[in-house]
Design a binder for this molecule. Sequence first.
Ligand SMILES: [Fe+2]
Length: 445
Amino acid sequence: MCTVKDLRELGTEDLREHVAAELSRTRRRSAQLTDAVDDEDLVKQHSPLMSPLVWDLAHVGSQEELWLVRDVGGREAVRPDIDDLYDAFQHPRADRPALPLLGPREAREYVGTVREKVFDLLGETPMEGRKLVEQAFAFGMIVQHEQQHDETMLATHQLRDGPPALTAEPPPQQPAGALPAEVFVPGGPFTMGTSTEAWALDNERPAHEVHVDSFYLDTTPISNAAFAQFIAAGGYHEPRWWSEAGWRYRQKASLEAPRFWLRDGDRWLRRRFGHVEEVPGEEPVVHVSFYEAEAYAAWAGKRLPTEAEWEKAARHDPATGRSRRYPWGDEDPAPEHANLGQRHLQPAPAGAYPEGEAPCGARQLIGDVWEWTASDFLPYPGFAAFPYREYSEVFFGPDHKVLRGGSFGTDRSACRGTFRNWDYPIRRQIFAGFRCARTPIQDES
Ligand SMILES: [Fe+2]
């Protein structure tokens, strides 16, 4: 594993080696996720919310062909006839099974052919002179794109019926010990976003100073046990805890509990990748929508953190005044820092990963569960779309809420202190939970 903190320090050959290792590591995961089920399962749509797994696989190859083979490499197209089939903007997920998609064997051959060409052109691509290839940006973008689809494919696995197809070790069971319920983050400016992270995407740029007032943040994400108290207190039946839009959604979808929870007498069970098990009270809650997170926070007398509050808690180092790449420092995530990369197929108990603690004392900001924030997905001041408008710009606005920090299903390459994810506030199949924040009351701290 490459442990460099800054790709700008690498020479061209080392950079190429890093790219090759990241591409191969990523493809191994895509292969695991698609080899775990049979062909019939690969072409089936497990939920109208998701594409068939075989669509994701060929789509990953199609994007790699467009950006690396054709654009960066200037090579001849491999399959120009299928560009349209795998353009996510042309076909909503629900319509994808009806398309004349490549079958499992063809899709595997196609992504293999594209990858061979990419390895071939990698050796002769100069890593400078054109913005798209500086510090191998386009390669990094493609690695992140495939990893993001690997997380989407993991969500498809969670939605599929049938016996378990994936296996993984359980996460570390570190006891929480006596952690304070909240940490205090003093008011003041901090640097949000980045202008230097080589593979950061357009929406994370540029670095800019933001003033954040003092606030308290929960030390850990909200646990299943805490969320079960909200349910037991009738939280799903009390409109006063819900926003207007949230309550409308709660009514329409008849929400009673997080997705995949099942009532069993006086206890809760859940379905997790084909296993039915008791809901572990100490784990962060996952598979809740923004609206449920917002309602819980209101019930608890708190609110969701803004995106700026979340990032300040995760990155600001009061000792130096600078923003770190990650809560623990500038080194890439290692297994002792955070629950990332599908090493475990569930979150670790709230309070785990002491080595990943942020300077403010908050834990698990990276990994375990994506965290809903109160913020709409908007451009930073000075935003410039790159390399194409459809990456972020077309999603800006009040329809999408920002999620931060990555989940157990997120790869380290697609997760950092500045990384911004976004989704509709009704989404529940993603690996999302939350933590709460609050504004200090007068004379407090
Ligand atoms: Fe995509």
